[in-house]
Design a protein around this ligand. Structure first.
Ligand SMILES: O=C(O)CCC(=O)C(=O)O
Length: 269
């Protein structure tokens, strides 16, 4: 395995064309192993905290999902390594080249899949469905919020990701077809897009590679039938002003091409 990483990204013409045509591309390994290890350690700590919290509820299914398919969000507020990761120089390069000289982080979450006897997939969906069907959409500025071109999602492989360990799959080209209807699945507690999934591509990556995709790309993840735990960090970036009223979810990242110091951890930059 490659212990070092490139650290800076130049988005090639081919990657840009793929982002336009298919809605996604995958970078080389750009995150070094030390950074990945620090993020993994924080993920494990926060996951344990989430399990402890879920045990205090009487919601057995919630505990099961927290143990086997946790989504743990806004980690930039909980951990120094996670906050630094969201502002990693390689990701800021991506933002400069694909979002613009001014960019905000709009969301971040860890998604962990340990090996499990039962399958814990995550249904096909567009993030824009979640973003427009919950509190997050309140105060949205449609001019920015609803457009593919105003943002990117980075799905970072914090562990290696394979078909067997439940990596993310994408539907190439479907980002250009608008929002698909979604059905709520009460058992799995996720929305399922009503979309033709016959042409799908898995994001098979070594730890430290990044999947970059547009906000309307339908994606899903399968069960983990391997012996290893799959960890991913999903982070949204957009031009500032996607919502009229900002919250702690949004954090300034770039202004006039320059990195903005983290407002959350004073010495993190
Ligand atoms: O990483 C996963 O398993 C699914 C994550 C995902 O699709 C999402 O958070 O939108």
């Amino acid at each position: 395995m490659n212990a070092t990483a490139i650290e800076h990204i130049h988005v090639t013409d081919a990657q840009r064309a793929q982002l336009d045509d298919l809605g996604y591309f995958i970078t080389d390994k750009v995150i070094d192993d030390g950074t990945l290890m620090a993020v993994r350690e924080e993920f494990i700590r926060f996951w344990q905290e989430e399990i402890t919290g879920a045990r205090k509820t009487s919601d057995a299914r919630w505990l099961e999902l927290t143990e086997n398919r946790p989504f743990i969000s806004q980690l930039h507020l909980r951990g120094r390594a996670c906050d630094a990761f969201c502002r990693h120089p390689a990701i800021m390069d991506l933002c400069r080249q694909l979002v613009g000289p001014d960019a905000d982080m709009t969301w971040n979450q860890a998604i962990i899949k340990p090996p499990a006897e039962k399958p814990y997939p995550f249904a096909w969906h567009q993030d824009m469905w979640y973003a427009t069907h919950g509190d997050y959409a309140r105060n949205a500025n449609p001019e920015i919020f609803l457009r593919n071109e105003t943002g990117i999602t980075v799905w970072a492989a914090i562990s290696r990701t394979t078909v067997d360990n439940g990596t993310l799959w994408v539907l190439p080209g479907k980002h250009r077809e608008g929002l698909f209807p979604h059905k709520w699945d009460a058992h799995n507690r996720d929305w399922e897009a009503q979309v033709d999934t016959s042409y799908r591509v898995p994001a098979v990556m070594e730890a430290g590679q990044l999947l970059v995709f547009r906000k309307y790309v339908p994606h899903s993840s399968g069960p983990n039938i391997s012996c290893e735990t799959r960890m991913a960090y999903q982070i949204g970036y957009a031009v500032p002003g996607a919502r009229h009223v900002t919250s702690d979810f949004e954090s300034p990242l770039l202004r006039g091409d320059e990195a903005v110091a983290s407002p959350h951890w004073a010495d993190a930059l």
